[in-house]
Write a protein that binds this ligand. Structure first.
Ligand SMILES: O=C(O)[C@H](CS(=O)(=O)O)OP(=O)(O)O
Ligand SMILES: [Mg+2]
Length: 245
C-alpha cells in the first residue's frame, strides 16, 4: 500500500487525487470539529470555502459554523471549536461549515475516490478505512494558509504508525515526508498535548482563549468513526445507506 503525505494544501494538485483515497487532516481544528460534531449526532457537515457560499447553501433548519481569524463568523451559530458541537447543539442538524484551512482542504480533495476526515481522534479508524478501500492513499495535511503545521504532520505520522501496526512495516510504502512525520510522531506521542501547545497554532489558540480546544484535539483514537464525503456533505462512514467499503 502506498501512502503519500502532502505537507499543506498549497502543495496539493487536485488531479493527483484521482482514483485515490484522500484523508484530509486539520487537527487544529476543522477535522477534529467535524469528527466531534458527527459523533455527537450531527446529521451532516457541508464543508465550504467561503462565508458567502455557506449562507447560500443554508436551508431551513441548517446551522452555520466556522471561523475567520480563529473567531466565530458574525451571525453564525458556532465557531470552529469542537467543544461547541455538543449533542444538545447538533443532534439531527445539518451544519454548513467554513474554516480557513480544513474545509478548503476537503474541497481540494474532491476528485478523490473517497475523501475522509482524519485527526488524532480517529487515526486508527482512518488507517482501517484506508486499508479497506484498497486504493493508493494520500494524507493531505491542511496546514495553515499554505504553510506546514506541525499538528497535521504529527497526525499523518500517527495514521502511518497505525497502518504499520495493522499491516506490518513491509506492506507500507511512504514518501520521505511521511517517513519523517512518522518519526516525529513516535518521538512526540508521549507528550502530544504539550507538543501541540508549543506549536504555532497551539500558541495562537491559547492566546485566543482556546487552550481547552487543544486538549480536546490532542486525544488519540477516542472513536472508531470516520467522516466521509458523500456528494457535497460529510457523514459518518457506513451511515449513508450504502455499504461502508
Ligand atoms: O480556527 C482554526 O482552528 C483555524 C484558524 S487559523 O487558520 O489557524 O487562523 O482554522 P482551520 O481551518 O481549522 O485550520
Ligand atoms: Mg488548522
Amino acid at each position: 500500500m502506498h501512502i503519500e503525505v502532502v505537507a499543506n494544501i498549497g502543495e496539493a494538485r487536485s488531479d493527483d487525487f484521482l482514483h485515490k483515497t484522500v484523508i484530509v487532516v486539520d487537527v487544529i481544528r476543522a477535522t477534529s470539529t467535524i469528527i466531534t460534531a458527527l459523533i455527537n449526532g450531527c446529521k451532516a457537515i457541508v464543508p465550504v470555502d467561503t462565508v458567502l457560499r455557506a449562507k447560500e447553501l443554508q436551508q431551513e433548519g441548517d446551522l452555520l459554523g466556522g471561523e475567520r481569524f480563529c473567531k466565530k463568523i458574525p451571525g453564525f451559530d458556532f465557531g470552529n471549536s469542537p467543544l461547541e458541537y455538543t449533542k444538545e447543539a447538533v443532534q439531527g442538524k445539518r451544519v454548513i461549515l467554513t474554516t480557513t484551512n480544513g474545509t478548503r482542504g476537503i474541497q481540494k480533495a474532491i476528485k478523490a475516490d473517497q475523501v475522509l476526515a482524519g485527526s488524532f481522534l480517529n487515526s486508527k479508524a482512518c488507517a482501517a478505512a484506508a486499508i479497506a478501500f484498497k486504493r493508493d492513499t494520500v494524507i493531505l495535511c491542511a496546514g495553515t494558509q499554505d504553510v506546514f503545521s506541525l499538528e497535521d504532520g504529527l497526525c499523518a505520522g500517527h495514521i502511518l504508525e497505525e497502518l504499520n501496526l495493522a499491516l506490518g512495516e513491509k506492506q507500507i510504502a511512504t514518501n520521505d515526508f511521511g517517513l519523517a512525520m512518522r518519526g516525529c510522531f513516535l518521538q512526540a506521542q508521549k507528550t502530544l498535548y504539550d507538543t501541540l501547545l508549543s506549536s504555532t497554532n497551539g500558541k495562537k489558540m491559547c492566546k485566543s482563549g482556546f487552550q481547552a480546544d487543544i486538549e480536546a484535539c490532542a486525544k488519540t483514537n477516542i472513536t472508531d468513526q470516520v467522516p466521509v464525503l458523500e456528494r457535497d456533505q460529510m457523514v459518518l462512514l457506513g451511515t449513508s445507506g450504502r455499504p461502508a467499503f
